[in-house]
Write a protein that binds this ligand. Structure first.
Ligand code: ADP
Ligand code: MG
Length: 423
């Protein structure tokens, strides 16, 4: 589908020619759409009084509207004068919300915002845009691709590039020695699964700073494990927790506080407190799921979140993108979503992300395991550690390490009981 901003040479009513826009007092090109007024700029109506249909039918993305123009956009012009950009009207309306948001920040989060504020040329307007789009730390700016920052904050490309460069410099991102990496990895935090065997499979519990995928057929314990980890992340460090809170994105409607209560009691924890420390979000469709994860970025510091669960990762995608023709699009969207999750672990190295995944049958396999994780290579390459779950006898389940950068293949048997996961 053509972008709205590319249609300007396709009709004969002078489209493509420059003219002076009274509204924003600068030159525009006829037929292009400008973010400032989100209107079709002087496209003559056809005989039937309807605007050029092609233009109307096209999806209009704000990112398309901003600076694909070869003439500099307002934002770029402003940015040249020192990064601080034109405040849009809706920003002013939501000013109270923004101030309120800042008030919710604790000292830690405020220190991050202060660091962003100190980047060269960042004034109030730019800061506001960044914060509103969830870029409230140097890390979040340094690790996010420029196109995403531009799209979500509305900042221009030059501004974004400058901000990323400055953040990277401040964070001293570059090469480091393997010894430094080892020093870091030696002290990596882990969450216990409540099963010694399963912890051993992970060499001491599920590590932070990566995306772990549990995949398997239904009733193999994926959701139970997810619940258990939401409880265990709250334990003190000496008991195998991270002293933190959990964020649970439920796409299948299978989150059960009852189970949390039972599991909390299994650890002699006050279940009221445990429930309070789990932020829950029900995702009703794949777009909503993607949006919730984007919003999560700003919650992590504020709510001391150390674990994010997405149960399940691609259920919605599978049901919404039906048919072979949609496959490429689906995979691309899942890929972007997974990278949003991975990026969170870059920005917050003491965060653990767990995704669950269904399996799909491979009807052409007659020997061996006829099921593979759904989502294909995209999910396989996106997750750092992958574990396959299958049923054993009775309440027993078997976890098999399928892929991990540093762990050998192996299996662990655990059980699901009323009080949660055990050996
Ligand atoms: P999935 O892999 O489909 O997410 P679940 O994690 O929901 O599967 O596992 C469901 C299984 O967990 C049930 O079949 C049952 O064996 C076990 N289970 C669920 N609730 C309890 C409970 N209160 N007591 C004991 N076992 C339970
Ligand atoms: Mg489940």
């Amino acid at each position: 589908m053509a972008k709205a901003s590319e249609i300007n040479t396709q009709n004969q009513s002078g489209i493509g020619e420059p003219y002076f826009c009274e509204e924003c007092k600068r030159n525009h090109t006829k037929g292009k759409i400008y973010k400032e007024h989100l209107n079709f700029a002087k496209v003559e109506p056809k005989d039937d009084g309807v605007l050029n249909e092609e233009v109307i039918d096209d999806e209009i993305e704000v990112s398309d509207l901003v600076s694909e123009d070869d003439s500099t956009s307002v934002e770029e012009e402003a940015s040249d004068e020192g990064l601080d950009e034109k405040i849009e009207v809706d920003d002013e309306i939501e000013e109270d919300d923004f101030d309120e948001e800042l008030e919710n920040y604790d000292d830690d989060a405020n220190a991050c915002v202060e660091a962003v504020k100190k980047l060269p040329g960042v004034g109030e307007a730019t800061l506001k845009k960044l914060i509103k789009a969830g870029f409230n730390s140097l890390e979040s700016i340094a690790y996010t691709p420029p196109t995403i920052i531009q799209k979500e904050s509305g900042l221009g490309d030059k501004t974004t590039a400058k901000l990323i460069k400055a953040s990277m410099d401040k964070l001293d991102i570059g090469f480091k020695s393997a010894e430094d990496v080892w020093e870091y990895r030696k002290n990596i935090s882990r969450i216990t699964t409540s099963s010694q065997e399963l912890d051993n499979l992970f060499h001491g519990g599920i590590e932070t700073g990566c995306v772990v995928e549990f995949f398997g057929e239904f009733r193999t314990g994926k959701t139970q494990l997810a619940h258990q980890l939401c409880v265990n992340v709250q334990l003190p460090k000496e008991d195998g927790g991270l002293n933190g809170c959990a964020l649970y994105i439920d796409t299948e409607g299978t989150f059960r506080p009852e189970r949390i209560i039972q599991m909390a009691e299994g650890h002699d924890l006050d279940h009221k407190k445990v429930l309070k420390n789990i932020v829950f979000g029900r995702a009703y469709n794949s777009d909503h799921q993607i949006m919730l994860i984007k919003e999560a970025a700003s919650l992590i510091k504020e709510k001391n979140i150390k674990l994010i669960i997405v149960d399940s990762l691609i259920g919605h995608f599978r049901s919404e993108y039906v048919g072979r023709g949609t496959l490429a699009n689906r995979q691309q969207t899942i890929n972007v979503h997974l990278h949003d999750l991975l990026r969170l672990t870059d920005i917050f190295p003491d965060l653990c992300v767990i995704v669950t995944n269904q399996v799909q049958s491979k009807p052409d396999v007659f020997y061996g395991n006829p099921t593979v994780a759904a989502g294909g290579n995209i999910v396989a390459h996106g997750s750092t550690i992958r574990v396959y779950l299958r049923k054993g006898k009775g309440e027993q389940r078997v976890a098999k390490m399928i892929d991990a950068p540093h762990l050998p293949e192996g299996e662990a048997v655990f059980s699901i009981t009323e009080n949660g996961i055990t050996d």
